[in-house]
Design a protein around this ligand. Structure first.
Ligand code: FAD
Ligand code: 5PR
Length: 370
């Protein structure tokens, strides 16, 4: 075989897998991504990106495209019982909101133009630290590097058997994209992200995130033990009774089936074993309070690509261990802070985005290593 290129098999075409694949292809690797779904499609609704993932998109050459499909809300406003308790603008720190579909489309376009080979309907059922994967149809493939970016229920991870601690939160959320209906909402700062918390007569929260002129992301949170609050499609009477001023966006929301998910936190003993590196939700699924699930996924995807490229193939496993050592602390701290906010619901107090809480958002993963 005359192919001189280093090879990598990536499991999962989510934000983590596509980012790693593009960064590796741009560094000369022969990259194959396996996606188990029949088509490339983003799951979920909307998303907020911060400096860390925006710097990664810039390094991949995708920032202009992303900017044209996203927006910068003026403030992150927090309200309790519809009374504003804070309006945070993060002192000029870059942040953006968009639909998950738009982010995914930009990453797919970037991967394809970098020469990444994407195979759909290609489920990875197991991986081996020696650098091989097995697909659902029994095919075995080998590579210099295997990246497990196959999400919270990762088969790459579980087939190898990493020690892990899993926690499921008491609250969960239904995430939907609805029309903005600004005219119907009446006068107000409807370009802000608005985090509406109600504690009386029951705990219910609506996170309102405009994504562009036409589309609005809403995340409706309820304790899992409230059958009405967590019902899908959403129980229109219950939500309108608690958030009457949001009726124009709740009516279309009640027409979508949606899905209620509790938050899952996974803490692994290690992110790597031999030639296998885990990134994204496969390695560190976290509560969404700091909106860093995708941000940490993309940061770690980028830095593992840089670290693997800088390594000699003979010492790749050691380089992966070093990569984990240098990048893990910031992700672990973000994961535990997000879990604390989910547990205590204390984002409702407002002004929670202190410099410490923004550590991950501020971080620039593209400048940490050459
Ligand atoms: P994923 O996005 O889960 O991507 C994994 C990919 O791998 C998928 O395409 C999957 O089909 C594929 N796959 C899975 N198993 C295999 C396999 N065995 N072989 C091959 N391919 C496989 N965060 C927000 O900030 N805003 C949101 O609106 C939001 N919505 C969410 C909705 C859902 C349903 C979930 C589960 C999470 C959501 N999150 C949200 C959290 C955040 O999006 C995640 O942290 C982030 O997407 C992680 O990216 P990832 O690439 O690691 O994993
Ligand atoms: N931020 C974002 C988000 O989607 C959620 C939260 C914060 C962007 C919910 O999914 O605090 O729960 C949150």
């Amino acid at each position: 075989m005359t192919n001189q290129k280093r090879t990598v098999q990536v499991a999962g075409a989510g934000f983590a897998g596509l980012t790693a694949a593009t960064a590796l292809a741009q560094r000369g690797w022969d990259v194959t991504v396996h996606e188990k779904a029949a088509e490339l499609r983003a799951l979920g609704a909307g998303i907020v990106l911060w400096n860390n993932s925006l710097r990664v998109l810039e390094a991949l050459g995708l920032l202009d495209e992303l900017e044209s499909r996203s927006m910068v809300p003026p403030f992150y406003e927090t309200r309790i019982h519809n009374e504003t308790v804070s309006r945070e603008d993060f002192g000029g720190l870059p942040w953006r909101s968009m639909t998950r579909k738009d982010l995914h489309d930009v990453l797919v376009e970037g991967a394809l133009s970098a020469g990444v080979k994407v195979r759909v309907d290609s489920e990875v059922v197991s991986a081996n630290p020696d650098g091989s994967i097995t697909l659902a149809d029994g095919t075995e493939m080998t590579a210099d590097l295997v990246v497990g970016a196959d999400g919270v229920r990762s088969k790459v991870r579980d087939s190898i058997g990493f020690d892990q601690e899993r926690t499921t939160s008491r609250d969960g959320i239904t995430r939907l994209i609805v029309p903005r209906n600004k005219d119907l909402l009446g006068p107000g700062d409807w370009d802000n992200v608005i985090d509406f918390w109600n504690f009386e007569p029951r705990v219910l929260r609506i996170l309102y995130v405009p994504c562009n002129e036409d589309e609005l992301y809403i995340a409706l949170m309820s304790p899992a033990d409230d059958p009405e609050g967590s019902a899908v499609p959403i129980n229109l009477d219950v939500w309108v009774e608690n958030f009457p001023h949001l009726e124009p966006i709740l009516i279309p929301a009640a027409k979508i089936h949606g899905r209620y998910d509790r938050y899952q936190t996974n803490v692994l003993s290690n992110w790597t074993n031999g030639k296998v590196a885990l990134i994204g939700d496969a390695a560190h699924a976290m509560c969404p309070a700091l909106a860093q699930g995708a941000g940490t996924a993309m940061s770690n995807a980028y830095t593992v690509a840089v670290a693997a490229t800088a390594a000699n193939l003979e010492s790749l496993s050691d380089a992966l261990v070093e990569w984990e050592k240098s990048e893990r602390g910031i992700t672990d701290r973000c994961q535990s802070r997000s879990a604390y906010f989910a547990e205590t619901r204390s984002m409702s107090k407002g002004n929670q985005f202190t410099e410490e809480m923004l550590e991950t958002a501020i971080y620039d993963p593209t400048s940490s290593k050459g």
